[in-house]
Design a protein around this ligand. Structure first.
Ligand SMILES: [Zn+2]
Ligand SMILES: [Zn+2]
Length: 284
């Protein structure tokens, strides 16, 4: 039943947060990801009550049944530098508050970079600061730690590391995961064949628990498996075969999880419209 499937892409909310809905609907989204502020600045002016209301009304009317939020790219709660961490914690708390205002449950976060302090120290920092922000929140928002490709000192490129972050937290209920197909592939989880796809999902389940997986980024990869790079490709133009995306679209364990594209697109979003159609058509 293609109409029940939660699939879409990252959608711009330029000109007003509620505008994302009509944009997403115009290309066939039933799920979407948004930023609630520019992803490249630390802070932005508060969301007005009026803007939040418009957003909630649009959400109610929309065929888009799932909206996930991606946090800004400057945030690094794994940093060993006190100033950087302080700024990151405030910015992350602000991101959570914006989600609370809009009535959105899931905030996707890049776990962070240890910047040379080492993986263990980085994981400890991440868990500590997750607790710090969750304690100050109203508890309605969950942070989804994203699987990363493993560039530089980025944390979160192994399932074990992501597990350790959640395990160390005292607020596990508000921590889940977001799986990015390009990132896990580049981190070394080969999903290019049916066997390897099954193996990777099984490993995810035994290490992290599929019940904590709340969002999927559907991206092809320009670079090969284990390249530790993060270069998204349009579906069918990278190293992950479309057969893998077909397996994923038909995977009963993942059926209720929103799947959003972050592939390169054009201003009119024609490429995304085509890919969304293609993903829906893959469902048997
Ligand atoms: Zn991301
Ligand atoms: Zn990426």
């Amino acid at each position: 039943m293609a109409h029940d499937i939660l699939v879409g892409s990252h959608i711009s909310s330029a000109g007003g947060l509620h505008k994302a809905f009509e944009r997403g609907e115009s290309i066939g989204c039933t799920a979407m990801q948004i930023f609630t502020k520019s992803n490249r600045v630390w802070f932005e002016k508060k969301i007005t009550d009026e803007a939040a209301e418009l957003f909630k009304q649009a959400a109610q009317r929309s065929p888009i049944k799932s909206v996930v939020v991606h946090a800004g790219y400057l945030i690094n709660i794994g940093s060993p530098k006190p100033d950087g961490v302080k700024q990151s914690v405030s910015a992350l708390l602000d991101e959570i508050r914006r989600c609370e205002q809009l009535g959105l449950k899931y905030l996707i976060l890049h776990p962070g970079s240890h910047l040379g302090s080492g993986e263990e120290a980085g994981v400890v920092q991440v868990a500590k600061h997750l607790d710090e922000v969750i304690e100050k929140s109203d508890g309605t928002v969950s942070i989804l730690l994203e699987t990363m490709a493993g560039q530089g000192t980025n944390l979160g490129s192994t399932f074990e590391q992501l597990h350790a972050m959640r395990e160390r937290s005292t607020h596990k209920r508000n921590i889940g995961y977001c799986l990015d197909t390009c990132h896990i592939f580049c981190a070394g989880y080969n999903i290019a064949t049916e066997d390897s796809y099954q193996e990777a999902i099984k490993t995810f389940d035994t290490t992290l628990g599929l019940e904590h997986l709340k969002a999927i980024h559907v991206n092809d990869s320009l670079t090969p498996c284990a390249s530790r790079k993060d270069r998204h490709a349009p579906l069918g133009e990278g190293h992950i075969p479309n057969a893998t995306f077909k397996l994923m679209m038909n995977d009963k364990r993942l059926i209720n999880i929103p799947k959003v594209l972050e592939t390169p697109s054009d201003p009119e979003m024609h490429l995304w419209a085509k890919e969304i159609k293609m993903l829906k058509a893959m469902i048997d």
